[in-house]
Design a protein around this ligand. Structure first.
Ligand code: AMP
Ligand code: GLY
Length: 429
C-alpha cells in the first residue's frame, strides 16, 4: 500500500521512518519532505497548504492513507478535502482542528466539558483586555498569561511576570503583531508545576493515550531564554506517574471524547494535550491537533507494533482494534539547532558526521535540512533530532549526546541538559 505524509520536519521524518517499517507499506511519499526524509520516502514537491495539488496527487497515485503532520493544513481543512474523495486520512476535520487553531474555541470547549484548565477570559478589544489585566495584578496575581487567539507559530503566548509587559504584549496582539491571530486574546492565570505532553489517538469512538513524553521548550539549559518549538524530548516522563495518568484519563481524555461526540466534531487523529502538573494534579495548557515535535520522536523510538495499521485504524474509526506495543526502554531526542535560533539564523551550512552518529546507534531525524549538490545542508532553525533508545534514562542520555558529539556544522547549538529532569525523583501522589 502507498502512504502520503504531509510536512517537512522532524515529526514527519519520524512518521515516515515508522510507516516505512510496516510490512503492509510498499511506498511512502512525503510532501514536501527534507533531506533525511528522502532516505525513507519519496519526496514530492508540493507545499503543505496546496490542498488541491495534494488531493490530486493522492488520487493519481492510489494513496491508501494520508497522515497530516502540521496544524496549518489541518486548520485549513485538508482532511475534509481528502475525505471528500474517500481517501482515508489521519487528521481531524477543519472544524475540529479549531481546538488548536483558536485558543478561545479550546477554552470554551474545556469549560463546557469540565476539563481542568487555567482560569481565564477572552477579549476582542484592547481596552477591556487592559482592564482585566490591571484587575488581576491589583488583586495580587504574581503573573499572567496572554495568548493571541489564532495560530502564531509558537510565538503568540507570553507568560508575563509584570503588569507592563502583559499590557505591552496584549496591546501588540490587538495592534497586529500576529496578524488576524491577535484580533482576539485569551488571558489566563499563570499556573505553576511541571509541564508534560500527553499524546492520545482518537477516532471519535475511542481515545487511547500513547506513552508520555516531555519537551524542553526554552532555548537554554535550565529552561531559560526564549521559547522555541522544542529543544529536545524524552519518553516516558516520570512526572506522569500512574496516579497522574489515571487523573489525565478520567478528568481530561474521557471528557474530551464525550465532548467531541456531543458536539459532533470529526476527530480522527491525535490530540496532543499540553499539561501543567502541580502536586499530581493535571491541568490543560493547550490542545494541539497533531503530534508534538520533538515529542513524537522518542515516543516512536519506543513503538514496536505496525504504525501504518494503527494510523489506518484511526482513519477508519476502528481504533479499538489497534495494537499499541511499547518497549519499556526509554528514549531521548536532542534537537540540534542553527546558531541564533529562535531569532535570526544562517542557512546552507554543510552538516558533517551524520553517518558516524548513525553508526553510534542513534536515529537522526531531520527537521530543517536540504540536499544541495549531494551535500546535506542546514535549511531551518531546528535542524536535527538525534534520538537514542537504551536500557535506562542515563544510558539513553549518554548515547544521544555521544551521537550529537559526532555531528557538526558552523554555529551549531543545542541544550546540554535534555532529559536531566527525568532523573529527579517523582512521588506518585
Ligand atoms: P501554549 O501554546 O498555550 O501551550 O503556551 C506555550 C507555553 O506557554 C506553554 O508550553 C507553557 O510553557 C506556557 N504557558 C501557557 N499557558 C500557561 C499558563 N496558564 N501558566 C503557565 N504557563 C503557561
Ligand atoms: N514540541 C511542542 C510542539 O510540538 O508544539
Amino acid at each position: 500500500m502507498k502512504v502520503l505524509v504531509i510536512g517537512s520536519g522532524g515529526r514527519e521524518h519520524a512518521l515516515c521512518w515508522a510507516l516505512a517499517k510496516s510490512s503492509q507499506v510498499d511506498e511512502v511519499f512525503c510532501a514536501p519532505g527534507n533531506a533525511g526524509i528522502a532516505s525513507v520516502a519519496k519526496c514530492v514537491d508540493i507545499g503543505v497548504c496546496d490542498t488541491d495539488k495534494l488531493v490530486d496527487f493522492a488520487v493519481a497515485n492510489d494513496i491508501s492513507l494520508v497522515a497530516v503532520g502540521p496544524e496549518l493544513p489541518l486548520c485549513n481543512g485538508v482532511a475534509d478535502a481528502f475525505r471528500a474523495k474517500n481517501i482515508p486520512v489521519f487528521g481531524p476535520s477543519g472544524e475540529a482542528a479549531q481546538l488548536e487553531g483558536s485558543k478561545d474555541f479550546a477554552k470554551e470547549f474545556m469549560l463546557r466539558h469540565g476539563i481542568p484548565t487555567a482560569r481565564g477570559a477572552s477579549f476582542s478589544d484592547a481596552s477591556s483586555a487592559r482592564k482585566y489585566i490591571e484587575g488581576e495584578f491589583a488583586s495580587g496575581a504574581n503573573g499572567i498569561v496572554v495568548k493571541a487567539d489564532g495560530l502564531a507559530a509558537g510565538k503568540g503566548v507570553l507568560v508575563a511576570e509584570t503588569l507592563s509587559e502583559a499590557l505591552e504584549f496584549s496591546d501588540g496582539c490587538f495592534g497586529g503583531a500576529f496578524g488576524d491571530s491577535g484580533s482576539k486574546v485569551v488571558i489566563e492565570e499563570k499556573l505553576s508545576g511541571e509541564e508534560a505532553s500527553l499524546l492520545a489517538l482518537c477516532d471519535g469512538n475511542t481515545i487511547v493515550p500513547l506513552v508520555s513524553s516531555q519537551d524542553h521548550k526554552r532555548i537554554w539549559d535550565g529552561d531559560t531564554g526564549l521559547n522555541t518549538g522544542g529543544m529536545g524530548a524524552y519518553s516516558p516522563a516520570p512526572v506522569v506517574t500512574p496516579k497522574v495518568e489515571k487523573r489525565i484519563r478520567e478528568q481530561i481524555l474521557d471528557p474530551f471524547l464525550r465532548g467531541i461526540q456531543e458536539e459532533k466534531l470529526d476527530f480522527r487523529g491525535v490530540i496532543f494535550v499540553g499539561l501543567m502538573i502541580d502536586k499530581g494534579m493535571p491541568k490543560v495548557l493547550e490542545f494541539n491537533v497533531r503530534f508534538g515535535d520533538p515529542e513524537i520522536q522518542p515516543v516512536l523510538r519506543r513503538f514496536e507494533g505496525d504504525w501504518f495499521e494503527v494510523l489506518r485504524l484511526v482513519a477508519c474509526g476502528r481504533l479499538a482494534d489497534a495494537k499499541l506495543v511499547w518497549s519499556d526502554e526509554p528514549a531521548v531526542s536532542v534537537v540540534m539547532a542553527a546558531g541564533g535560533y529562535p531569532g535570526h539564523y544562517d542557512k546552507g551550512d554543510e552538516i558533517f558526521g551524520l553517518d558516524d552518529a548513525a553508526a553510534a546507534g542513534a536515529v537522526v531525524f531531520h527537521a530543517g535540512t536540504k540536499l544541495v549538490d549531494g551535500k546535506v545542508v542546514t535549511a531551518g532553525g531546528r535542524v536535527l533530532g538525534v534520538s537514542y533508545r537504551a536500557k535506562d534514562i542515563p544510558s539513553a542520555i549518554a548515547g544521544a549526546y555521544a551521537a550529537v558529539g559526532k555531528i557538526s556544522w558552523k554555529n551549531v547549538q543545542y541544550r546540554k541538559d535534555i532529559a536531566q529532569k527525568a532523573l529527579r525523583p517523582h512521588e506518585d501522589i
